[in-house]
Structure formats: C-alpha cells, structure tokens
Design a protein around this ligand. Structure first.
Ligand code: 5GP
Ligand code: MN
Length: 345
C-alpha cells in the first residue's frame, strides 16, 4: 500500500481532484454503523461526482439508521459486506482505518482516504486527513468546490446533515468559524435547514422514546455525579421496542445535567459489547477509548470489548481519571468542575 508523501500532504485536495478527473468509476464507503457525517459526506460527494458525469456506487456495511433515512439519496446506498465490481477508485470517507468499513475487497482499488478522526491510519494511496475539521462533511465541502461543482441542495443537504450531527447540533468543541461559514453557504443554497433538523431529530420511533425513559430510569452516577453510566442490552431493546439502529444521540442525555462531565454507554447486543463515550469541554474520552483499542474524538469516542461486566470498573476508572485531569488533577477534583475546570464547550 502506498503511503502519503510530504508532497501529498501539501496539496491533498489538488491530488484528489486530479485523481478524480483521471478516473470514471467510483465506489464510496465509510465506517460500519454509519452516522450522520458518514452518510452526509458520502451522499454529497456521490452527487458531486455524478454532476461530473462519473459512475458512483455507495457501499456500506449497515443501513442508514431511521433518523438518517430522511436525507435525500439515503435510499440509494447499497448495504453489503463486500465489493466486487469494476471501479477505478474507492473513496473512503469519515473512516480512520480501512477495517472499520467492515466491507471486504476495498483494498483492491486505488484508495482515497478522506477523514477527520485523530489517529487516522493513512491507509490510502492518497490521504487527506484534517483533524481540525468539525465534520468530514466540511472537508467534502472543500472538495466539491475544488471540483468546480456548484453547491446545489442535493449536495448541501447531506453536507448540512453531516455538520449538524457531528457537532452534536452545534454543541461540541470541534466547531470553528469555518463551520458557520460553510453553513452560511448551505443556507444561501436554498436548503430548508430547519427541515433537515426535523427529519433527523423529530422522526424517531416510539420505541426510541420508550428507551429514552428506560435509560434515564436505570442510569447510574459515579465519581460524585460527574460520570453517568448507561446500559443497553437485547432485552431492553425488545421491551421498549427500539430498533438497535435508532439509538443515536441518546447517549448525550445525561450531559444536560451540570454535574455530569462524561457519559459511558455500554451496549451488549447480539453477543458483542461496544462502549460509547461522550464528554464535555476538555474531558478527553478519545484517549480513554484509544487505551481500550478504539478511537474517535475528544468529546465522542468508542471501542469494543471482549470481556464481560468486569471491564466496567476499569472503564469507569479511566473516564474518572480523564475527568480529573481536565479539572486540573485529583486535588482540584474535590471542587466544583465549573469553578476549577475549563469552560465547558
Ligand atoms: P459512537 O460512540 O457513536 O459509536 O462513536 C463515537 C466516535 O468514536 C465516532 O467518531 C466513531 O467513529 C469513533 N469510534 C467508535 N468506536 C470506535 C472504534 O472501535 N475504533 C475507533 N477508531 N473509533 C471508534
Ligand atoms: Mn465525523
């Protein structure tokens, strides 16, 4: 596999634009269990490529969750565990390592890697990696402009969906002035931005609403209310009627309380255990996830574990250490987090 050179790093967009111009058939993919940014980045780029007369197919390991099915074009995404067709390049968006696609066969193509996750593995022949981007959709916005494709609603809607969801509805610390510059152009393109938000946040299932109640009801607070612990398993989903892919965002619920600095959600579904972490401000849950073999961003990260409940206390201890270090160390931890810690995002 070719690695990025210094020259690639200087002009990653120009090299990707050139690679796209020289090729005709593209397959796009992203990480398994796609979120708003993976769906948004892929659909926007797919539409831009089609505008250039290219042939495009999006292949993901999992279907878009119900909350993202309102994004125009989501129904065109193919769900498969492998890619076998004839393509001139595979463009992987919003995915820190190729195995996270859970789609086999992508490594047979000329690989373009476009991502914003810290710790991206630079697995492409061309790598464009920008951890300062609030969403991969911000990077696709630049690429679409560099390709000379106008920002029409079929491109602007998925881009906005990616930014809206990856910033936690404009709450995360990853937001920059640039985020609003792009959103300003999105609004100018004629997109009904409130409609996009309603499609994503007001179109869930009743099961999701019931699960929300159950999660809050069974929530455990640790580390003097600074950490909230949520558990989901097959029985809870069955009892509440929530589809497994309609849980997106529920992990953020405990962050509404002033005391809570971090949330741990442990999902034991279909015999596997996945852990999601969320945090406020300077509390770095990415490094916690990385220490368990996962990754993500400072305020949103995740990992998988093979162990059972015995891992739980180690996870809580690691997150508690991250909370304490953001608050200025164990000594400061006895004070109020808002008095001694950095301003929450
Ligand atoms: P979520 O909790 O929504 O599954 O993931 C939150 C963030 O952490 C996302 O940016 C996601 O890509 C990242 N993430 C989740 N699980 C893993 C993992 O197992 N490995 C890596 N590298 N990143 C992960
Ligand atoms: Mn993202």
């Amino acid at each position: 596999m070719m690695q990025e050179t210094a020259r690639d790093a200087r002009e990653p967009i120009a090299r990707i634009v050139q690679a796209i111009r020289e090729r005709q058939r593209f397959v796009l993919s992203s990480h398994a269990r796609p979120d708003g940014d993976s769906i948004g980045a892929q659909l926007a780029l797919a539409h831009a490529l089609e505008r250039l007369g290219k042939t495009v197919r999006i292949v993901n390991h999992d279907e878009p969750p119900p909350s993202l099915q309102s994004i125009p074009g989501a129904e065109t995404i193919d769900v498969a565990g492998a890619v076998t067709g004839q393509y001139d390049a595979a463009i992987i968006l919003e995915c820190s390592s190729l195995d996270r696609t859970e789609v086999a066969g992508l490594d047979r193509y000329f690989l373009v890697n476009i991502d914003h996750h810290a710790g991206n593995r630079l697995y492409g022949a061309l790598n464009w990696y920008d951890p300062s981007a609030a969403a991969c959709a911000e990077m696709v916005y630049d690429l679409v402009a560099a390709l000379g494709v106008p920002l029409t609603p079929p491109i602007a809607v998925p881009l906005y969906a990616g930014i809206l969801t990856d910033t936690g509805s404009f709450r995360h610390a990853n937001i920059t002035r640039r985020t609003f510059d792009i959103c300003s152009h999105v609004a100018a393109s004629g997109v009904d931005v409130a409609g996009v938000a309603a499609g994503i946040y007001q179109s869930g299932t009743i099961g999701r609403l019931r699960l929300t109640a159950a999660l809050v009801d069974t929530m455990r607070l640790e580390a003097r209310d600074r950490i909230a612990l949520l558990h989901v398993d097959d029985a809870l989903l069955r009892d509440t009627g929530c589809p497994p892919d309609d849980m997106d965002g529920l992990i953020n619920l405990p962050l509404s309380a002033r005391e809570v600095q971090a949330v741990i959600m442990i999902k034991t579904l279909d015999g596997t255990t996945r852990v999601s972490l969320r945090s406020k401000g300077e509390v770095d849950v990415r490094s916690v996830a990385a220490s368990f073999g996962g990754g993500g961003h400072r305020n949103a990260a995740g990992f998988s574990i093979d162990e059972g409940p015995e891992a739980e206390s180690r996870i809580v201890a690691a997150v508690a250490a991250a909370v304490e270090s953001a608050a200025g160390g164990p000594a400061a931890a006895s004070e109020s987090p808002t008095a001694s810690g950095p301003t929450p995002a």
